[in-house]
Design a protein around this ligand. Sequence first.
Ligand SMILES: O=C(O)CCC(=O)C(=O)O
Length: 301
Amino acid sequence: MARGLMRNSRPYQWRRSSSRWTLVLTVLLTLSVVLLLLLALGIFSLPVSSDSSEVEHPVERHLESTSHAPKRKVAHSDGLGTRGDQWTEVLSWEPRAFMYHNFLSREECEYLIELAKPHMEKSTVVDSETGQSKDSRVRTSSGTFLKRGQDKIIRAIEKRIADFTFIPVEHGEGLQILHYEFGQKYEPHWDYFLDEVNTQNGGQRIATLLMYLSDVEEGGETIFPSASSVNISAIPDYNELSECGRKGLGVKPRMGDALLFWSMKPDATLDELSLHGGCPVIKGNKWSSTKWMRVHEFKAY
Ligand SMILES: O=C(O)CCC(=O)C(=O)O
């Protein structure tokens, strides 16, 4: 009898422990299904990174607001200060010109100005026959070049430029900082070269990013005199433009904004419509920074 009891108690214990396991597995399975359902419905999301410096990329934010591009997060290159809301505005397709609002923070603008101030010299232009720099009444501003990758903040700005333009950092010349005082200007010109000397390193200039480091009370607009089919009602701030700024597509400088325009068309020919200039400053001061980008890698010495 005792033997019989012994014989029956084992299957009973086994059955009890196996039903406990079944219960645990069922609970786990149910929790997994609920979790998957919450993830699928977007009610719950798993953290992708613990790095709090990861923020939505402004270009992608713009794309997301205008299309159904999938939401993706990319690493944010750190700069200085806090930038306002960023958005991109199409200014013209002929030439291709776009305004990126709040590309730089106020702190970054001030940083660039302070860095450049002790080194400002009278600006020059390139002689299209010899390729040499020369003094000219066409360009009356003062300026200086910073070294590419000069410090952490410059590197962050240059990385941001590469992200926005899709042109690698290595294709960019060093940033140029420009200062225009009352009456100073840059007559309309092209940024591409017509000589063979200046294209030896990096090839032709493909695009320019002009960053405004200050507001200008009056005048100082960047002007595209040959822009085709300019619709004045579509020009932002048209009523605030000077007489010079109204002679084509005029862009009013605003601290932190960046104007991108292309000197070459998508078929790799030079775009004559990219003719542009800086109108005379009538009131206040104009500080800006230019990044010229090449077709190939530009060796920075
Ligand atoms: O200052 C401007 O608005 C124009 C500057 C410019 O044309 C240049 O840097 O190539």
